[in-house]
Design a protein around this ligand. Structure first.
Ligand code: ADE
Ligand code: ZN
Length: 339
């Protein structure tokens, strides 16, 4: 198969994104613009300098730069602009539905009001639905390097906004911050009617995936690569068809893997794990949805049937209604037949 043909196949394929940190879609150009508008000095002279700084040996090195970048976001308009830029980008890539994370503590700890963050993001998502036809769900993530009390406080802030936030998640520095640290917070979130997800098995061990399933009652695992270390865990994930939201370019850039050629995706698909492809923090890891699909396609020599299967998995793993899922699955089958 020729490269241009495959690229065009990926471009035209209807897609959903289920693992995206909105703060991770903050492109350097917009970062400069917003910093200037807010009279904030940033330590880089220009966009090229920023891009050069984006070189990471592990998750923590990335997170330090990611939180520094997010610190120029102050107003509701800033959060609107950030989200709108993401939506216009993925619209160009034929993404039809997004379920995205935001990290309120990154901002409320700097005295940015919770409502500025939420309303800016949410208003852009609503405009995206109306103007670009992209449906959405919003997930509020707790920063796991912070303590339980801070997560409880954040959950309290979310309670008046259950109409806007459908789920809670768990992100940031994984190793040393197991899901069990947030068991009581997630129990309250579940009692309040939120769905739950958690990053687990990105850098942390497979035990963290068990904890996310058993203690946090998650409906999806974010990343989850390390599940392959434990055959019983793989069986559990397969039996329950618990989705894994994989992020290939993120794993590559954070040195979770050394080369996309060694990405265990084919093994996961052979096991019948419900794996999905996502971008995580596209402004930092060199690509949005299509670049992630293209990266694995090229490295693993995937066929159109396999790529379509991955796109279908995204819709199956989403929180769309059964009827909406069915419509997208049929669209993809038809697309595959005609291409
Ligand atoms: N926050 C943003 N990106 C993340 C990742 N890949 N893992 C954990 N926390 C994150
Ligand atoms: Zn993530």
């Amino acid at each position: 198969m020729k490269d241009p043909e495959m690229l065009s196949f990926i471009q035209g394929l209807p897609k959903t994104e289920l693992h995206l940190h909105i703060e991770g879609s903050f492109e350097p150009e917009l970062m400069f613009k917003i910093a200037k508008r807010n009279n904030i000095e940033i330590k880089y002279a220009n966009v090229d300098e920023i891009k050069q700084a984006y070189s990471f040996n592990n998750l923590q090195e990335f997170l330090d730069i990611y939180y520094a970048g997010a610190s120029v976001l102050l107003t509701e308009q800033d959060f609107y602009d950030l989200t709108w830029a993401y939506l216009t980008k993925v619209h160009e890539q034929n993404v039809k539905h997004v379920e995205i994370f935001f990290d309120p503590q990154t901002h409320t700890d700097r005295n940015v009001p919770f409502e500025f963050v939420l309303n800016g993001i949410y208003n852009a998502l609503e405009d995206g639905q109306k103007q670009l036809g992209i449906s959405f769900r919003l997930i509020m993530s707790f920063l796991r390097h912070l303590d339980e009390a801070s997560a409880f406080k954040t959950l309290e802030q979310a309670l008046p906004h259950k109409d806007k936030i459908v789920a809670v998640g768990l992100d940031s520095s994984e190793v040393g911050n197991p899901p069990s640290k947030f068991q009581r917070v997630f129990e309250k979130a579940l009692n309040e009617g939120f769905l739950t997800v958690a990053h687990a098995g990105e850098e942390g061990p497979s035990e963290y995936i068990w904890e996310a399933l058993d203690l946090l009652k998650v409906t999806r695992i974010d990343h989850g690569n390390r599940c392959l270390d434990d055959a019983d865990l793989v069986k559990r994930l397969v039996d329950q068809q618990t989705p894994l939201t994989l992020c290939p370019l993120s794993n590559l850039e954070l040195k979770v893997i050394q080369d996309l050629k060694e990405y265990a995706l084919p093994t996961m698909m052979e096991h019948n794990l419900l794996v999905t492809i996502n971008s995580d923090d596209p402004a930092y890891f060199g690509g949005y949805m299509n670049e992630n699909f293209w990266g694995i396609t090229k490295a693993l020599n995937l066929s159109k049937v396999q790529i379509a299967e991955l796109a279908k998995n995204g819709f199956k793993a989403s929180w769309l209604s059964e009827q909406e899922k069915q419509e997208f699955l049929e669209q993809i089958d038809l697309y595959l037949k005609n291409n």
